[in-house]
Design a protein around this ligand. Structure first.
Ligand SMILES: [Zn+2]
Length: 152
């Protein structure tokens, strides 16, 4: 995934504010440009932890969908994080791992939503379980919906 404006490579669409523009670039744009770039709004703009999407009505609910990913820590990561734990503060090696894992689960969720014909996902939640020592399952779930703009 490449950002249209800065040309930076990203591992997934999780880092994008619109279909082609990353969150970083989006923040730097003026409100006029932002509005223009949001047209048409892709499914990523239609994902929310809430149960409604402002300015849109839910015309159809397609049921609960999920994205699931299982990750293990590398032995080197564990040693490195162990050292960070001794020093204290933010354990960046684990923060990074958790961030990547969650973005993967989210990505799968959205892909699945698109597959079944949804154009939005509401009520998104995350759940994580340690399957066995060092192996974590991350689940991202929500309700796939079909939305349409509210009539003014
Ligand atoms: Zn960018």
């Amino acid at each position: 995934m490449k950002c249209e404006r800065c040309g930076r490579e990203y591992p997934s669409r999780y880092y994008f504010r619109t279909k082609t523009i990353c969150t970083e670039c989006f923040k730097k744009m003026n409100p006029e440009e932002q509005r223009a770039s949001m047209q048409p709004r892709g499914i990523y703009a239609m994902t929310t932890t809430a149960f409604t999407i402002d300015g849109y009505e839910i015309v159809k609910s397609l049921g609960v969908i999920r994205g699931l990913t299982v990750r293990s820590r590398s032995i080197f990561g564990t040693i490195g994080a162990g050292l960070q734990t001794i020093i204290g503060g933010n354990i960046t090696l684990f923060t990074e791992l958790c961030e990547t894992t969650r973005s993967e689960a989210y990505e799968l969720l959205v892909t699945h939503a698109e597959e079944i014909g949804a154009n939005g996902v509401i009520g998104i939640r995350y759940d994580a379980t340690e399957v066995t020592a060092g192996v974590t399952e991350v689940l991202c779930y929500g309700t796939a919906v079909v939305v349409k703009p509210l009539q003014a």
